[in-house]
Write a protein that binds this ligand. Sequence first.
Ligand code: HXC
Length: 262
Amino acid sequence: VIKTYDHILVDLPKPGVGLITFNRPRALNALSTALFLELNDALQTLDNDDDTNAIVLTGSEKAFAAGADIKEMKDLSFSKAYNTNFITSWSSTIPNIRKPIIAAVNGHALGGGCELALMADILYCSSSATFGQPEIKLGIIPGAGGSQRLTALIGKSRAMELILTGKTFSGTEAGQWGVAAQVFDSAEECVRGALETAGKIAGMSRLSVRAAKEVVNKSQDTGLREGLDYERKVFHGLFGSKDQKIGEPMSLEIISNALHLL
Ligand code: HXC
């Protein structure tokens, strides 16, 4: 399954886990079109690979990704951006990947890099990571979901302050504000933590993992009533699965242990 790319490294570091590392160190992993086409290809390949159950996305200690490639955007006109549907190719691929994606964010995660991290299903970072949407300083605005996903996560007032001034926030703040599920002391621990969690998820029923990701994501773009109906339907459906039958003895054991505690 592993292919060789120019701007990313793809590895299978433990059973069931795919690791994608951005590898454009001289441009702080700026997200050029070439990088993104490779990322899309790698994600789709891992998503279709029967031996991969979870994916970790990371950069270097210095930069997760310092944003869309400014050099590519410099001469972009409105008509070209509109005609080529600029950004759409990458901002619409990740949300369609069905296997869980964990972002391990170290260093700069700015602009499109921050938006990319926010697209992951679980975000881990180191305390010294730097997040931000500095597009305002370039005379543009976040274009890959930042205004929507960041606002949903941290609330309107904080999101406005960040997006209107371009100021950054730290990994520690990302943890305090609920952007990151876990904050680590170092880049190495962050990547290790992400791989451990990915390994744990990879050991679960693949069908349940897929269904769980689907229903949690549904909560992000639907009202509560519709979301609950959707969850119940998928929940009912899982009782038709072999995984649920295999899981049954364990569930009974958990129930009987719980009863003993009463
Ligand atoms: C292209 C970039 C880049 C970027 C850094 N580089 N960010 N190249 N696109 N987004 C390049 C620099 O040109 C430089 O290359 C090399 O990486 C190292 O950068 P330095 O600035 O020398 O490093 P440092 O002093 O450590 O500063 C790091 C930094 C700064 C604070 C992250 O590079 C920076 O502010 N970068 C821009 C961040 C940004 O504005 N991102 C948002 C982009 S807009 P050379 O060849 O000169 O050595 C965006 C829009 C998204 O993302 C819209 C939807 C996707």
